[in-house]
Design a protein around this ligand. Structure first.
Ligand code: BTN
Length: 328
């Protein structure tokens, strides 16, 4: 850790309390002048740090800026091996981690951004990622899985995110096949998994799992095209929620990930599926299949019963739900 990161870690440990420059210098084995420079660099990054005469430095208790420490210190179990980097702004955390994966970055590399200026969604769409309102996080995975099992990365992540949102916000979550998370009928999270395939080995070189959660309401609300379909999980701004959510997701995801071949995620995935029993249309390229979603099978395919009684197994595609689509 750099001196700046160590100073931040110390201030975060004692958030809201004053910590003397002398004490910090002793803990990080640096001069008081080096500590002072680190404090100024942190302020330049946006951290609200007050200095009180004779008492020292106080990191505001309301501080909700991500730091790698604020997430890493909450990691447990298999997720403890993750190396988290937090940045203020990036085009897309997925794009950046794909570049790092190509350069050899290891399994468990995590990037979190305070904002994305070119956040990306599925099917070439953009993902609205304004500053300080959401969790924009990507993870490099180097799976020792065959291609079929690798497809479960996204479904595993959907379960981990759904559970983590409930733990942090208390809101009930549902999964809209394949990987959107909904609260009270509105989308609160999207997941984009991108992979580089190893044709000869029959598996993946790496996957980048990207997760975007709307945590707080953006200051000027959601843009018009999203206002009817998107929601945020927390009504009030509470410090530390973003770091807790990031850690809760990683803790759960890496636990499920260890049992991915045994489909450890599956019963929770099916239980939370919001489409079962609904009238749906699955769109795959130019093809449209309409019917009732009757199940999600063990390959995480959506089972759609057409009006002629035949079954269609969707392994990818986009689902639209008919209004008032519940089937008696
Ligand atoms: C979707 O709903 O279509 C998927 C949205 C995925 C958004 C996340 S935010 C973090 C990561 N970086 C990106 O550019 N996209 C994903």
């Amino acid at each position: 850790m750099t001196i700046k990161e160590q100073v931040l870690a110390l201030l975060e440990e004692r958030k809201g309390e004053s910590v003397s420059g002398e004490y910090i210098a002793g803990r990080v084995f640096a001069s008081r002048n080096a500590v002072w420079k680190a404090i100024n660099a942190l302020r330049a990054d946006g951290y609200s740090i007050d200095a009180t005469t004779n008492k020292g430095y106080i990191l505001s208790a309301d501080s909700d800026i991500f730091s790698s420490y604020s997430v890493e210190s909450r990691l447990r179990g298999a997720a403890e091996k993750c190396a988290v980097t937090a940045v203020n702004s990036v085009g897309s955390t997925n794009t950046e981690l794909k570049r790092q994966a190509e350069d050899g970055a290891p399994h468990g590399t995590v990037l979190i951004a305070n904002e994305q200026t070119a956040g990306r969604g599925r099917l070439g769409r953009s993902f609205y990622s304004p500053e300080e309102t959401g969790l924009y996080m990507s993870v490099i995975l180097r799976p020792r899985l065959d291609m079929r099992e690798s497809l479960f990365i996204t479904t595993t992540a959907a379960v981990a995110v759904a559970e983590a949102i409930e733990a942090v916000s208390g809101r009930k979550t549902e999964i809209k096949w394949v990987n959107d998370i909904y609260c009270d009928g509105k989308k609160v999270c999207g997941i984009l998994t991108e992979a580089s395939v190893d044709y000869e080995g029959g598996g993946l070189n790496y996957a980048v799992l990207g997760i975007g959660v709307n945590i707080f309401r953006p200051e000027s609300g959601f843009p018009d095209e999203l206002s009817d379909i998107a929601d945020n999980i927390c009504a009030d701004r509470t410090a530390g929620v973003r770091a807790s959510l990031a850690a809760e997701i990683l803790n759960r995801f890496f636990t499920y990930y260890e049992g991915i071949s045994e489909r450890s995620f599956f019963s929770e995935y099916r239980r939370r599926s919001m489409l079962i029993g609904k009238n749906v249309t699955v769109v795959r390229g130019n093809e449209e299949i309409t019917g009732v979603a009757v199940d999600v099978d063990e390959e995480a395919r959506l089972v759609v019963k057409r009006t002629d009684g035949s079954l269609y197994l969707a392994s990818s595609g986009e689902v639209t739900l008919k209004k008032g689509g519940a089937v008696k």
